[in-house]
Design a protein. Structure first.
Length: 448
């Protein structure tokens, strides 16, 4: 590079004729590190159901459902057929300028499965966009500046969503200044609280801090909303005591603040109910959705009741691609598939079976400090044996590598990457869970 003139490598064009394997080798010259430099960079040529078929000729169990996206499995035939049929008719339509049938059908269908009174939608393309939209909605409607979020929360990568995120400091590194008006308080995280075996005290710790913040930092009259993941995802697959969410609801109602549930990761059957809100019996005012919504076709949504949503002034927010016809058709097919195949019930049963298996592993393996979960959103947490819950990311990473070499892909979570999520598609079979537990058991043996 001379001054601000960049000299281009003429060889780049020759890459067009390279094989997939050769392209994989040159990926770091083509793809931004923040896009592609993750673990394990597994080259995949095909995906079906639970399985990924690698370029290396091996078959891998996807025990993270591509981050909770393929809840009905990869390339479910009903989803692919619906998307293909829609694609033949219309690929794109910018909602508002034109209208297409699938976005309206989806909007008519969602209230059937959503908790409470959520019946009006803004569709975008991702979780971050849904979170960003929800921030704009609550600020615009209430004309209040502040949002309260939680330590350990992950809400996405756009600026507003990154500002709300507090699961790992690296997600925020070098990005200041953030969006103003965001405050973080502790989440009710049972395993990491000072009272791991006393859920009431764990709730009190968190709610007490919130109450202090509302007295000393920011008055409730300035708070547009509290944003919370009802089960934390990237933060470590943390299931709070139900009372935590009940108290948040009460405080929001009492103090006239809105409650937003970010169900981007916990939604669409992952916890054994359509949404975690239903698993806990708590209704938010606003909900954000994405990931499992359309089985891999890009789609996200901000959901609220008409009374609230219709006060969001037109033109303040908008989208070119949001509510894409193919993604909406895929979403309808995803919802119908979950219903037709009884996947909520299956997720509950398989989740219990999987968690029992993980608890057995914990009982016999000292580096596992905790096994937890709700439905098929489960995790094990690695600690340094003999310490008081000291996170052990190195052992978690070694476990992940061993599991991958045996044909199971999972992924870390938690503040240090010390936890390992196990979140297979909702139609995973007992036989497949047994196979996963065998791989987990063998992998753990190699670590000792
Ligand atoms: C709870 C939650 N919210 C928001 C997001 C951001 O979603 P996306 O990556 O689609 O922007 C994620 C992604 O992991 C998430 O888990």
């Amino acid at each position: 590079m001379v001054g601000n003139v960049i000299s281009y490598d003429k060889k780049t064009s020759a890459r067009e004729s390279q094989t997939f394997a050769e392209l994989v080798k040159s990926r770091s010259k083509m793809l931004a590190p923040s896009f592609a430099e993750d673990w394990p960079n597994l080259p995949v040529v095909r995906a079906e159901g639970l399985y990924l078929y690698g370029l290396d000729g091996k078959r891998y169990m996807d025990f993270m459902s591509a981050f909770g996206v393929v809840n009905v499995g990869h390339n479910h035939p009903a989803v692919v057929a619906a998307a293909r049929e829609q694609m033949e008719k219309q690929v794109h339509g910018s909602v508002g300028v034109t209208l297409h049938e699938s976005v309206l059908r989806l909007a008519a269908l969602l209230p059937e499965i959503l908790p409470g009174h959520l019946d009006m939608f803004f569709f975008g393309n991702s979780g971050s966009e849904a979170v960003e939209g929800s921030i704009k909605l609550v600020r615009n409607v209430t004309r209040r500046p502040a949002i309260i979020a939680f330590m350990g929360g992950f809400h996405g990568r756009s600026y507003g969503a990154t500002t709300l995120t507090a699961s790992k400091s690296v997600y925020r590194t070098g990005l200041d200044p953030f969006v103003a008006g965001v405050y973080h308080v502790p989440y009710a995280d049972p395993y990491h609280s000072s009272h791991p075996d006393e859920p009431e005290k764990c709730v009190e710790e968190s709610i007490g801090s919130l109450e202090v913040a509302l007295k000393r930092l920011i008055a409730p009259s300035q708070v547009a909303a509290i944003m919370v993941e009802p089960v934390q995802g990237e933060g470590g697959y943390v299931v709070p005591p139900k009372e935590f969410l009940v108290r948040l609801r009460e405080i929001c109602t009492e103090k006239d603040m809105l409650l937003i549930f970010d169900e981007v990761q916990s939604g669409f059957g992952r916890t054994g109910e359509w949404f975690a809100a239903q698993a806990f019996g708590v209704e938010p005012d606003v909900m954000t959705l994405a990931k499992g919504m359309a089985s891999g076709f890009p789609l996200g949504a901000v959901c609220a009741h008409q009374d609230l949503m219709s006060r969001w002034e037109p033109t303040v927010h908008g989208t070119t691609f949001g509510g894409n016809p193919i993604s909406c058709a895929a979403s309808i097919a995803t919802i119908e598939t979950i219903k037709r195949e009884g996947l909520l019930q299956k997720a509950k049963e398989s989740g219990r079976y999987l968690l029992d298996g993980l608890k057995e592993l914990k009982a016999t393996n000292r580096p596992i400090g905790d096994a937890r979960g709700l439905g098929l959103m489960t995790a094990i947490e690695f600690i340094v044996p003999g310490t008081d819950r000291e996170p052990n990311a190195a052992t978690a990473k070694a476990f992940l590598n061993e599991a991958l070499s045996r044909g199971m892909l999972t992924y870390p979570c938690g503040s240090a990457g010390q936890a390992v999520r196990l979140a297979p598609p909702l139609n995973v079979t007992r036989g497949q869970i047994d196979a996963a537990m065998k791989i987990a058991g063998e992998s753990l043996k190699t670590l000792q």
